[in-house]
Design a protein around this ligand. Structure first.
Ligand code: ZN
Length: 309
């Protein structure tokens, strides 16, 4: 076996963290003197130059049911506001979560017939290494496609042919409109838009870009009763967030928007509210000392300025 493969590898594991680790991250932020604040309140605080406090905002992407079940109680115990970014296509069970679809195909099948999507013949997925390789190929199929919708449709088709129902996965993992309305009763819960379809916005035309922003905001208002003022770019990395997308987010009236590009808030953040960096509490680094290092900004300084990415 590849010694670099973590034990118990499953695809996407790096995207999730445990409640105990979230608790540690909150404690680490407090120890460092950071003041927790809702992301939507950040623009006003940053605009006040006499306010020298250092802030931290906790955010969660995609509207997974686990957010309400495991993360919300931790935030409630600490009295800390949190923002969940919602993709309406998931809420309405009309869009598959392609990385979860790829995960289920990979984990459940012994062999997979890639001829169905025109990229190979029948390939083995019987060993952990074969599963890792297959998951990577299926991920590449979507992330490297210019037409993301078409690639996801192919993946959905492949899933169906192997007994995996992509929309059933969406339904199993993400909150419905009713569950969002329930969670909205928590005064600490805030919601931000995360598009209609979780599209890579750099790959869509202008009309679709505006639709993804404005229609997801109005749908979210329908679910939770409040118009969102915050937004998270799907994927959030540089090949999914460009100058056109940032301008469109500003035009759509969002007061703050977050990427997944690593970094900390700096005094200049008030000029870059439509593309804020984030520290990712990621599954690879579930130790308090990693969070402390991340919140101190040290790893990013060693790797160079995030602005240079
Ligand atoms: Zn997302």
């Amino acid at each position: 076996m590849d010694p670099q493969t973590p034990p118990g590898w499953t695809p996407n594991a790096w995207l999730s963290i445990t409640p105990a680790f979230l608790e540690e991250a909150i404690n680490a932020a407090r120890t460092q003197g950071l003041t927790p604040i809702a992301l939507e309140d950040l623009p006003e605080r940053l605009a006040d130059e006499s306010d020298t406090r250092r802030y931290v905002s906790f955010t969660l992407d995609d509207g997974y049911r686990d957010n309400a079940r495991f993360a919300a109680p931790v935030f409630q115990r600490h009295g800390i506001p949190y923002t969940i970014f919602i993709t309406s296509g998931f809420v309405e069970r009309s869009r598959s979560i392609w990385w979860k679809t790829a995960q289920e195909i990979t984990m459940r099948c012994e062999t997979v017939d890639l001829a169905r999507i025109g990229i190979d013949g029948r390939v083995s997925a019987g060993t952990r290494m074969a599963k890792i390789a297959l998951f990577d190929r299926l991920s590449d199929l979507v992330t490297e496609a210019q037409d993301e919708d078409a690639a996801i449709a192919l993946l959905d088709d492949l899933a169906q042919a192997h007994g995996v129902n992509p929309l059933e996965i969406t339904e199993r993992l993400t909150m419905s409109a009713e569950e969002l309305a329930d969670l909205a009763g928590d005064p600490l819960a805030r919601f931000g838009a995360h598009t209609l379809t979780h599209a890579n916005l750099r790959k869509v035309d202008d009309a679709r870009l505006h639709q993804e922003l404005s229609a997801s905001a109005s749908k979210l208002r329908g679910y939770v009763g409040v118009s969102p003022t915050t937004f998270a770019y799907p994927y959030g990395y540089p090949s999914a967030v460009g100058a056109r997308e940032i301008a469109a987010v500003e035009q759509a009236g969002f007061a703050a928007a977050v990427t997944t590009q690593p970094g900390l808030l700096s005094p200049g953040a008030r000029d870059a509210l439509a593309a804020l960096p984030r520290v990712s509490l990621n599954g690879f680094y579930q130790r308090r000392r990693y969070v402390e290092a991340l919140l101190s900004g040290l790893p990013f300084r060693l790797r160079g300025s995030p602005a240079a990415q």
